[in-house]
Design a protein around this ligand. Structure first.
Ligand SMILES: NC(=O)c1ccc[n+]([C@@H]2O[C@H](COP(=O)([O-])OP(=O)(O)OC[C@H]3O[C@@H](n4cnc5c(N)ncnc54)[C@H](OP(=O)(O)O)[C@@H]3O)[C@@H](O)[C@H]2O)c1
Length: 324
């Protein structure tokens, strides 16, 4: 028998329920996996609250690490006992054990613990594609990273510094500003009570930044456009404060012939080759110590409601884990 979190209606953290049941035998191309650690991500909040729609009833969670306990037919390259991790695919990571398509799992190298993988697979592969594929960051670029002390932010910042960029971060409190500085930000703006776009312009001698990585959405979108250089790149990759409302494309012309993209990890790890490239790049920066897992919160799986409430109320920093 295995414990898992399920929900049958969208709503607040209280809609998540603990369920107990037998885990099915893996089918063709599938593995069964015993989780050691589960990653908490803002997308789980979007799923639970209905911002992103799931067919219900459903499990939750799309990132975890653990050990393979059974193989279905037609699985190559994996064995019972292998340590693996995954990010993406069907929700169901909030569980002690689950069945998963083998094509989603990546073997963990020595030097990457299950906790590190559960904290970093989703956030770190996101940082990889944002910095290398969406807007390839080069020495000399100046970046604005919102929520720099958050889960994705605390990976983006040191990785961007390693690539030679100047990084301006934003943070929602003085404590978070300190963490963002420790992660490598050259400048940190306390954006809750200050006009961050004006400060970015001041810090860049009036020019603006080459790229904004904006995961906050509604509250920061306009200011992010105002922070960009002429022909700069706006990467809107999340909506922690709500979805960006519709606007006329001519706004991008008015603000300096800006580029805008709204990417998602699934489209950068859609093939096995893309997934392996992203995972290998992440494992390399972990093993070299360039990106360190910042696990600031650990919750028992049964305390998942508290974990969601903390994430939504901006009380967390770095990564949060659920322990099954
Ligand atoms: N598109 C993709 O491929 C992709 C992949 C992964 C994550 N994401 C997105 O990246 C973002 C970060 O994800 P995460 O899991 O690492 O979360 P997180 O950054 O640890 O938490 C979200 C942070 O956003 C900031 N924030 C600003 N306004 C907020 C509001 N009204 N409500 C809640 N938080 C607010 C808070 O930091 P401050 O207090 O410092 O403001 C908060 O700590 C999310 O938007 C997520 O959807 C996108």
């Amino acid at each position: 028998m295995s414990l898992s979190i399920v929900f049958d209606r969208v709503g607040g953290p209280e809609v998540m329920k603990l369920a107990e049941g037998a885990v099915a035998a893996p089918g063709p191309g599938e593995i069964r996996l015993r989780h050691a650690a589960i990653g908490l991500n803002f997308i789980d909040v979007y799923h639970r609250s209905g911002v992103y729609k799931l067919p219900l009833p459903s499990g939750l969670g799309i990132e975890a690490a653990g050990t393979v306990t059974a193989l279905g037919p037609e699985v190559d390259g994996l064995a019972v006992g292998d340590r693996v991790a995954y990010a993406g695919g069907s929700p169901g990571a909030y569980s002690q054990e689950r069945v998963l398509p083998a094509a989603k799992a990546v073997k963990l190298p020595a030097g990457v613990s299950e906790e590190a993988a559960a904290a970093l697979m989703l956030k770190g592969m996101t940082a990889f594609y944002l910095l290398h594929l969406t807007f390839p960051v080069r020495p000399g670029h100046t970046l604005l990273v919102h929520a720099a002390a958050g889960g994705v932010g605390s990976v983006l910042v040191p990785w961007a510094k390693h690539l030679g960029a100047t990084v301006i971060g934003t943070a929602g409190s003085a404590d978070k500003a300190q963490l963002a500085r420790a992660a490598g930000c050259d400048h940190v703006i306390a954006y809750r009570d200050r006009d961050f776009a004006a400060e970015v312009k001041q810090l860049t001698g009036g020019a603006g930044v080459d790229v904004v990585y904006d995961s906050v959405g509604k509250d920061t979108f306009a200011g992010s456009l105002d922070s960009l250089k002429r022909r700069g790149m706006m990467v809107s990759f999340g909506n922690a404060s709500g979805k960006v409302p519709p606007f006329e494309p001519v706004l991008l012309s008015d603000k300096g012939s800006l580029f805008l993209t709204r990417p998602t990890l699934a489209h950068y790890t859609a093939t096995r080759e893309e997934l392996e490239n992203a995972a290998q790049a992440l494992f390399e920066v972990i093993v070299k110590g360039i990106v360190k897992p910042q696990i600031s919160q650990r919750y028992a799986l049964r305390d998942v409601a508290r974990a969601h409430a903390d994430l939504e109320a901006r009380r967390t920093t770095g990564a949060s884990l659920l322990l099954p």
